[in-house]
Structure formats: structure tokens, C-alpha cells
Write a protein that binds this ligand. Sequence first.
Ligand code: ADP
Length: 406
Amino acid sequence: MEMAEAETRHVLVINAGSSSVKFVLFDMGGEEVIAKGQVERVTLPGWKLDFTVRGNKKTVEGPEALNHKQALQKVFECLRADGGPLQNPGALLAIGHRVVHGGEKFSSPALINDEVKKSVRDLFLLAPLHNPPNYEGIVACEELLPGIPQVAVFDTAFHQTISKRAFLYALPFELYESDGIRRYGFHGTSHRYVAQEAARVLGREGDPSLKLITCHLGNGCSMAAVRGKTCADTTMGLTPLEGLMMGTRSGDIDPAIVFHLIREKNMAPDEVDELLNKKSGLFGLAGISSGDMRDVIEAADAGNERAQHAVQVYTYRLKKYIGAYAASLNGLDALVFTAGVGENSARIRHEGCRGLEHLGIVIDRQRNEANEQIISADRSRVTVMVIHTNEELMIARDTVAVVSIN
Ligand code: ADP
């Protein structure tokens, strides 16, 4: 009996993107990763599944173009194979899905049913690149593993506590009412996870007065101002394009630049969309093909002026928003860096915080260089932290919580 209970603690987390399906299988008994991997080139000819089960790496590939359901079928085949972690299908408690856009409907994770699926579909309009593959992933799991509860965890949900003064754009109000044009914010699962971790490290879990700024600096970049467990503001907007400078996204620009590109450069709307989302940011400014911060820093160090400008614009904007959010929160207790750049680049953290001593932010050079968890100096009034984000674990925890109350 004990054995059977122990065996039904697995939670599978699925992140179905436009051309990839990522998964992590957790044993939620000890929050341990049993298997993880991803199918690449989904919907394109020539798929590849890389995965690790209990430390053993494997690759399976084929020439054909798989749709999302077929890609998930390959994942399940590997997990359910002889000796695989889901050989006994009863081991799977539930599936948690990352869903990018939950609109105004979802401020917390939801058990998936027909109504939830309809809402995810209704939001295709606001997240045309993300919600359709997320939805495909949900439907495929329903078909492939009928009867297993599924939970949707939304990237936007954490930001639903943001008040009107911070989420409304100064546009005709009807556009908000009729079309839902407002700030939603993204990376919410990551901001929530690191805010929770920071509160735990500071010994202030559940303290509603704790004032945090969380900086998620990956390929996509966003910041959030958080009071206790509540998000007060975030830099991404209606779409993930607004705010900080990113790998290939521009972040904030004067919207009139769009008219200039259309009228003077004869660009079509889709071309402008592509320029701002895929050809701008570090990639556009530095002219370095990957838009990868490591390459940009290396080029900047080698004397490439465009790369130097790119790093300066990136860190200046970071600093500007730290100031803005300290003002928004009426003070600051801790500043948290996370994701690829935030967790690894002492240089970006240092430059983003330089000159902010007047706000009580003082970084200790050695702690910063060593990527320690607390990188502020002892005399710093604000605790500056580096916290490894773990969106998949957060989704798995949410999934267990939702399943246990339903
Ligand atoms: P994603 O947003 O796709 O999940 P990550 O969180 O992994 O991406 O972040 C990717 C970014 O992190 C890339 O720009 C990469 O260059 C950057 N990065 C990773 N390690 C370092 C490092 N040591 N120094 C600077 N940037 C780094």
C-alpha cells in the first residue's frame, strides 16, 4: 500500500512551444527530477528528442515532421518504455502545462476542463505565437493519457494583482474594454518563484510588507515590483515586447517609430513585428548574430563599439527600471537577479546597480564575482540576491496543489 502511494507522486510538466516541446518529470515526494528533455524542430522536417532519465542521456530522431501530438507521443514512448519512469502509468499523478496567456480570467493555476480550454483558445488573439501550441499540448495529453488530471499554469497570472494605474495604457479606455488592450506581463511563474525563494532566504515568508524587485534576465527579460506575495508592476505589457532590452526584442521604444518604418521604409506590419521581436535588442544593436549576452560581452571586451553600446543600453535600462520600481514600492528591501544573464553575469549585475548607493544598493565585488546567493555588501541597506529560477518546479508544485483541492 505504501509503495502504491509512493508511486503516484510523479508530475509531468509540459512546455509546448511553437517548434519545441520541453518536459520535466518530477517525483514530488522529494521534488526530484526523474527525467527531462525536449523535442526540437516540432512541425518541421527532421525531429530530434534529447532526454535524460535518471542521469542517462539519450537521443532519438527521425526525418519526418511531427505535430505536437506526435512529438508528445515520442516523449511518452520513452517515458513508458520498459524500465522507464512511467512504465507503470499509475505513477503519474497529474500533468502541468505552461500556458503563456491567461488574460484577465486567470489569476491562479486552473484544473483543465472544457471551459478552461475555451478560454485558452479565446486568448489566441492576444498570444498568437504561444497559446496555440500550449493548447495543442493540452489536447494531445488528453488524447494520449486520458483520465490524468491536467493543470494550466499561466505566465500572466502572477501579474493579475497589478492595479489599473499600472496596467492601463493612456489610450482610449474603450480599447481596454473592447479589446483587452492593457499590460498583462509575462514570466510570472519565474517572478513568483524567485520572490518566494527570496522571502524564504530573508526569513520573511508571508510578510506582506516585504518590498522586492525581481529581474528575470534570460533571452527574454522582464522585471517585477513585488510587495509580499503580490505583484505591483512589471515591465512586459500587452505582449512580451515592452520594457527591458532583450536578446532579440527591442523593449521600450517610441511607438511613432512603427509609423516611420511603415511610411518611410515601406515595411509591412509583419515585417515591423519581426524587426522588433527578432532583429532588435542585443542582436540588433550589437550586430552579433546570436543575440547571446556572452557573445556580446566578449565582443565588447575585444573593442567592438556596437557591442559596447548594446551592453550600456541594456544595463542603463535595467538601472532605470530599478529606480522606477523602488519609487513605485516606496522603498526596497531586496533586489533579485535570475535567469541566464541574471544568474551568471557579474558584469551585468554590477553595471545595472552602479551608482544606486543612494537607494541603499551596494554590491560586494567578490560576492558578485563568485555568484553567491547574497551579493550585496554588509553595509547595503537593500539585500541583493542571485536566485536560480525554476519555473518547472513551480508549475509542478502548482499542479499538485490544484489537483489536491479538486
Ligand atoms: P531563456 O530565456 O531562453 O530561458 P536563459 O534564461 O537560459 O534563456 O538565458 C539565456 C541568456 O543567458 C543568453 O543571453 C546567454 O548568453 C546568457 N548567459 C548565460 N550564461 C551567461 C554568462 N556566464 N554571462 C553572460 N550571459 C550569460
